[in-house]
Design a protein around this ligand. Structure first.
Ligand code: FES
Length: 69
């Protein structure tokens, strides 16, 4: 288990969890996934300043900073 931030909110995730799954588990539905397999681009977020990252295809890592807007 480790922690990272989504729009300034600290959430907990397990190793191997996608950012999309961790966000849903935390009740965050902004930029919610649609296809879940990297095709639709509905789940785009900004990770550590890098825009247009697909949350369904990105594993969580400790200390990462996610922005949904
Ligand atoms: S949910 Fe479709 S690309 Fe991520």
């Amino acid at each position: 288990m480790f922690k990272f931030r989504v729009d300034g909110r600290e959430i907990t995730a397990q190793t191997g969890t996608s950012v999309a799954a961790a966000m849903l588990n935390a009740g965050i539905h902004t930029a919610a996934p649609l296809c879940g397999m990297g095709v639709c681009m509905q789940c785009r977020i900004t990770v550590d300043g890098v825009a247009h990252v697909r949350s369904c295809q990105t594993q969580c890592r400790e200390g990462m900073e996610v922005r949904t807007r």
